[in-house]
Design a protein around this ligand. Structure first.
Ligand SMILES: Cc1cc2nc3c(=O)[nH]c(=O)nc-3n(C[C@H](O)[C@H](O)[C@H](O)COP(=O)(O)O)c2cc1C
Length: 169
C-alpha cells in the first residue's frame, strides 16, 4: 500500500461545530489513509488576487497540493456556501497542482443543504477538481446525528462506508 493522504476542510468555524464532529467521525471510515484535518479555515486572510500569498496561505496550498483527496464538510448558510470556505477555495484557484484532485463533499446542515451542495459542485468543477455524484452526500438534522460524538444512524454509516470503499489504497 502506498502512503495516501486526505486533507479535510470544515466550512464551520463554530466552537463545538457538528460539522467538526462529523469530520472527526469520518476519520475512522477513511483509514488507512493519513487523514489531516485543517485546523481552521478562519486562519486564512481574505482572498485578494494580486499574486501575493501570505505564509499561512502558502502552507495551506502546500498541504492541499500534497493530498491525494480533498474532503469537504460544510453547513449551508442562507442557501449558500459559508464565506470562509469559499474564501479558502478562492486561494486554491489557478494553482496548477489542484486540477484533477478528487473531492468528497458532505453538506451537513439543519435542512437538506441542496443549494450549498449544487453551488459547491459548480465551484469545484470550475476549478477542475473531480466531483463524482456518488461522492457527494447531504446530511440533514446534523446536530442530532451523534451519540457521545459517534454517528448513530445506520443508514448514514452505510452510505459513508460505501463512499469510502471506492478509494484505492
Ligand atoms: C447564518 C446561518 C444560516 C443558516 N442557513 C441555513 C440554510 O440555509 N440551510 C440549512 O439547512 N441550515 C442553515 N443553517 C443552520 C445550520 O445548518 C446549522 O446551524 C448547522 O448545525 C451548522 O453546522 P455547525 O454545527 O457545524 O456549525 C444556518 C445557520 C446559520 C448560523
Amino acid at each position: 500500500m502506498g502512503h495516501k493522504r486526505i486533507i479535510a476542510l470544515n466550512g464551520s468555524l463554530r466552537v463545538g461545530s457538528s460539522n467538526g464532529q462529523f469530520l472527526n467521525a469520518l476519520e475512522d471510515f477513511f483509514s488507512p489513509f493519513e487523514f489531516i484535518i485543517y485546523p481552521s479555515l478562519g486562519d486564512l486572510p481574505h482572498f485578494t488576487p494580486d499574486g501575493h500569498f501570505p505564509e499561512v496561505v502558502l502552507q495551506f496550498k502546500e498541504l492541499v497540493s500534497r493530498a491525494d483527496y480533498i474532503v469537504i464538510v460544510t453547513p449551508e448558510y442562507a442557501h449558500g456556501v459559508p464565506g470562509v470556505l469559499k474564501n479558502a477555495l478562492d486561494w486554491l484557484v489557478s494553482d496548477e497542482r489542484m486540477p484533477g484532485k478528487e473531492v468528497f463533499l458532505f453538506v451537513c446542515s439543519a435542512g437538506d443543504g441542496f443549494h450549498a451542495m449544487e453551488s459547491l459542485k459548480e465551484v469545484l468543477r470550475t476549478m477542475s477538481l473531480v466531483v463524482k455524484e456518488e461522492r457527494c452526500l447531504s446530511v440533514s438534522s446534523i446536530r442530532s446525528q451523534f451519540i457521545e460524538g459517534r454517528l448513530k444512524n445506520e443508514s448514514l454509516i452505510d452510505k459513508i462506508s460505501s463512499m469510502a470503499s471506492s478509494l484505492i489504497y
